[in-house]
Write a protein that binds this ligand. Structure first.
Ligand code: GLC
Length: 550
């Protein structure tokens, strides 16, 4: 670390940070190949600084065949040549740090790409060899081993097993992949695997990375002993709370993170991490405690219907859980895996999004205006809460989901793995519109890897920049005000009418959300920001206002 580095000033910076997720392939293309890249990110650091975010989290930018949008990593310690070089990465991070923005990278420890040199080596090695032991290979069942070792599903399709073929074309062993066949699972009982990930964490920390987002943090160690249990699906509700699931949330996985924590703490400031852990809610603190990863995603609001009572209950529970582990809570409404919240909030709460996407977003038809109003209100609400807010690129523009991508454009492995019955997640990954016009609306000079609809123009940065009341300006104002107002991580509930949520933070900062449809009188004080125009002291339905009484 350089002397006088702003990063050394506050070891607790992450506790109430605004972290902006960049999905690199879809952020900004600098070399006209239709794919976003690292230089593209560098060219937009000024934009990120103006937005006011404390940090960015980059989804994987490592060498990858993009079988799962980069979550199939072929080399953990390099940049995909399609996206740039390590030198580009160094310039990007230095540019971010100069503007006071920290950088998180994504670590994908459950599985690699099938193109990773270790997996390629395993494929040409004998069953039982050291090379195969880094992954999870098993003999098949049935007379000739032509049945998979068990009938576990994968997250992306009907089977978690794929059979290998020897170099002479003879069918061989099977390997486990909880995601796509191009994503073989590591064997976390193997010490080489353990050591290699420590190496990776040091590698990026030495390059100045401030934090890590840990992908599928609840998987990693597995009990692969027979008899295999029946596993029908990966519904988190079916994960027992005693750590006895064969694939998820096992105690040994936390041991791995304790090892990582020792490494994080050798840096100044200590490197931070946030876990993507799909575990029963009350097990979450194990991942966010100071001796493991330090923070964990709370996706509860992402799946919560638009209801004052439900939001309130969830906020209480999560503040409580975070306090239990000594961490701060996280708040998330959108990311690269879910339908964008501006669309979700315009749909009935029981909508099955897979079915909705299969109807090209027509059945049911979303109410765009309502969706955007609620999205803006929900964002202001979470920005007023104690803890960290994770934003997903494009939500600051109020971007809806692109629900009608043509079949031939789809890239998500789910589409093929589910026999073209589930479109998957491409609709939230369409490249950003920077300009009103021009090739790919300013994303790049030569089209975009996922087609952008014409209406993207209306959501472009250019059209919203400097325009009072635009969603972009609302985000900028809210983030700037939050920075000024937030102090201790305390929240006090204030009694309020039905269908509303009202709380205050130290220093007289009040947040008031009207979940209902009718205007409601705002509490006394000075209105400092509102997601919709306040008329005669009344806040319209589906809106949030911040009021100070200081
Ligand atoms: C995480 C990522 C998702 C990816 C999966 C497998 O859930 O967020 O995008 O497909 O892990 O790596």
């Amino acid at each position: 670390m350089e002397p006088n580095d702003f990063r050394a000033e506050d070891g607790n910076w992450w506790r109430q940070a605004v972290v902006y997720q960049v999905y690199p392939r879809s952020f900004k293309d600098s070399n006209a190949d239709g794919l976003g890249d690292v230089r593209g990110i560098t060219s937009k650091v000024e934009y990120l600084a103006t937005l006011g975010v404390d940090a960015i989290w980059l989804s994987p930018f490592y060498p990858s065949a993009l079988a799962d949008g980069g979550y199939d990593v072929a080399d953990y310690r390099d940049v995909d040549p399609k996206l740039g070089t390590l030198a580009d990465f160094d310039s990007m991070i230095s540019e971010c740090h100069q503007r006071g923005i920290r950088v998180f990278v994504d670590i994908v420890p459950n599985h690699s790409s099938d193109l990773h040199s270790w997996f390629q080596e395993a494929l040409v090695s004998e069953p039982g060899s050291a090379a195969r032991d880094r992954y999870i290979f098993r003999d098949g069942k049935g007379e000739n081993g032509d049945l998979p070792p068990n009938d576990w599903p994968s997250h992306f399709g009907p089977s978690a097993w794929t059979r290998t073929t020897t170099s002479s074309g003879v069918p061989g062993q099977w390997y486990l992949h909880l995601f796509a066949p191009e994503q073989p699972d590591f064997n976390w009982d193997n010490t080489e695997v353990i050591e290699d990930f420590k190496h990776t964490i040091r590698f990026w920390s030495d390059r100045g990375v401030d934090g890590f987002r840990i992908d599928v943090a609840h998987a990693l160690t597995k009990d692969m002993s027979e008899p295999y249990p029946k596993i029908r699906d990966f519904d988190v509700k079916r994960i027992p709370v005693d750590g006895s699931h064969h694939l998820f949330d096992r105690d040994q996985t936390l041991e791995i993170y304790r090892g990582w924590r020792e490494i994080f703490n050798t840096y100044n400031p200590p490197r931070v991490a946030v876990a993507e852990a799909s575990v029963p809610t009350r097990r979450r603190p194990r991942y966010s405690s100071p001796d493991t990863l330090g923070q964990a995603f709370n996706f509860d609001l992402m799946v919560m219907p638009w209801s004052a009572a439900k939001f309130k209950k969830s906020i209480d529970l999560n503040l409580d859980l975070a306090a239990k582990s000594g961490s701060s809570s996280t708040w998330v409404l959108s990311n690269h895996d879910v339908v964008r919240h501006a669309s979700r909030y315009g749909l009935p709460s029981r909508t099955n999004y897979d079915t909705w996407l299969m109807s090209d977003g027509t059945s049911p038809a979303p109410d765009g205006e309502l969706g955007l109003a609620r999205a803006r209100a929900a964002t202001m609400l979470i920005l007023a809460l104690p803890g960290s807010t994770y934003l997903y690129q494009g939500e600051e523009l109020g971007l809806p989901e692109v629900a009608n991508l043509p079949a031939e454009a789809l890239q998500d492995p789910m589409w093929m793995q589910y026999g073209m019955t589930r479109k998957g997640r491409d609709g939230c990954r369409v490249p950003l519109p920077w300009n009103q016009q021009g090739s790919s609306f300013g994303f790049g000079d030569n089209g975009a890897h996922l087609p952008q609809p014409d209406w993207f123009s209306d959501y472009s940065v250019e059209i919203q920049d400097g325009v009072m009341g635009s969603t972009l300006e609302l985000y900028r104002s809210a983030i700037a005000l939050r920075k000024k107002l937030q102090a201790a991580e305390d929240l006090t509930w204030v009694k309020s009418p039905r269908n509303t949520v009202h709380f205050s933070r130290p220093g007289g900062w009040h947040s008031f959300t009207n979940f209902g449809a009718k205007p409601v009188t705002l509490p006394a004080g000075t209105i400092i920001l509102a997601s919709a125009p306040v008329v005669d002291g009344k806040l319209p339905g589906n809106s949030t206002a911040w009021v100070t009484t200081a």
